[in-house]
Design a protein. Sequence first.
Length: 137
Amino acid sequence: MIFETYLKRTNSFVRFLAVGVVNTLIGLTIMFLLMHAVGLSYWLSTFLGNMIGAMASYFLNRSLTFGSHVPIIKGGFRFAAVICSCYFISYTISRMLAEGIRGDFPLREKDFAVIMGTAIYTVTNYLGQKYFVFKRE
């Protein structure tokens, strides 16, 4: 597969970002649909969106990004711990920052918090996966 061959030649952060584009699009779509079309809360919408994207993320990052041989169960528990920690840290910080930036801004406060939280989540999630979930032993 050309895509997989090309990705193997890049560093792990580039591969992580490529895999993350798909996960992010899925997660954000679900978050905004749940928040606006279904009317769920910010917390439930962001949590469910992230969890659904995380399922695909685990397997794609395990094979494409890190080429890990960590047992699936062991890695799965570590992955869940990293995902949950990154979720609460990232979206708590982004929500607090968005509330502090009140005023003339083109996005709604919650929407801005989701986008900012996604950026923070990406960086913290990469570091957690590289150095904890899929670390080379």
